[in-house]
Design a protein around this ligand. Sequence first.
Ligand SMILES: Cc1cc2nc3c(=O)[nH]c(=O)nc-3n(C[C@H](O)[C@H](O)[C@H](O)COP(=O)(O)OP(=O)(O)OC[C@H]3O[C@@H](n4cnc5c(N)ncnc54)[C@H](O)[C@@H]3O)c2cc1C
Length: 354
Amino acid sequence: MFSEILEMVVTQGWFLPVTPGTKLIPVGGAIANDVHGKNHHQTGTFGRHVLAFELLRSDGSRRLCSETEHADWYAATIGGLGLTGLITWACIQLRRIAGPWMSTEVHRFENLAGFFRLSDVSDRDYEYTVAWIDCAAKGSAMGRGLFTRANHAPAHPDRRPNASTRRLGVPLVPPVSLINPLSLSAFNTFYYHRQRQPVVHRTTHYEPHFYPLDSIRDWNRIYGPRGFLQYQCVVPPVVAEACIEQLARIISTSGSGSFLAVLTQFGELKSPGLLSFPRPGSTLALDFPNQGNATLRLLDRLDSVISAAGGAIYPAKDARMSSAVFRASFPAWESFRPFVDPRFSSGFWRRVME
Ligand SMILES: Cc1cc2nc3c(=O)[nH]c(=O)nc-3n(C[C@H](O)[C@H](O)[C@H](O)COP(=O)(O)OP(=O)(O)OC[C@H]3O[C@@H](n4cnc5c(N)ncnc54)[C@H](O)[C@@H]3O)c2cc1C
């Protein structure tokens, strides 16, 4: 698990080269989705830092895969959705850090243009950039949010490298979702205005910076018994601003906003997997309370905007994308298919191969 790796290496001055917004994932899962972090613009995907791994197939054969050995299996398995076989071990390149602290700046921005401006001036000097956007806001406030940029901080001799291990929890599943248009709009307005100054500088431990949700046990329970649907897309740079604006407008007028709406930029570094999701452009990640057909219809509308823009949807977070959208998002699917282990499959794969 990423959490175990971090526990072992941070005190030795090392860190994961790329990490998603949770550390509660195994290395095999990170390779299978070729996960990305807030540093994609400088570091690319996790797969770029996987030096080698062993792939065990259902016929009992084992392959050592790297950029130079069984390179075709290496490219199929990174981002290969766990379909090419079982990864039994992997060798990854860590990166050096001075300590567990992060220097962060949070900038308030008033609309999407503000996000793109901040992103443009930050990507060279800040390793980690990401924004929360208020997707319930309408009119001139549409797309407002908070932009965080950060770097690993120099060593702090006066601070001890122990993060708080206290975890809050959601003790039970409420009978209905606590996330509804009213609570969402109130929360977003509060969250946006909670930061009074335009910019706040802080030194924080890496845990709350990278993994805010991991500290709330069973956070998914707030969505009630029907749960929620995650959705993440990427759209090419030339159409990104117009396209994200169109998506934000559709979401804010749908009345079924997303509690978490995270916007960031992918850089130019090539992803190594045949089916890797990250590619140059802007990526928007959303969590919608599951309201049945209304939510599915909303996601279909978002799909059509993204497909028309030449973008893609992230399989790691998908529960419903159509075969046509998958094939358009991942044109290498035909080259990938021969690598699928005949005894491996998934609900996702059967749906998109229909
Ligand atoms: C709070 C939160 C934040 C997140 N933030 C991000 C983010 O910022 N960026 C991002 O990219 N993703 C993000 N994700 C998604 C998450 O990182 C990916 O879905 C990740 O792949 C999950 O891995 P898993 O093994 O836990 O999940 P699973 O769904 O169990 O596995 C994922 C895939 O990996 C395969 N797999 C697992 N182990 C092996 C193995 N040993 N050999 C072969 N295949 C294997 C499985 O078959 C499956 O296809 C986030 C998820 C959460 C819950």
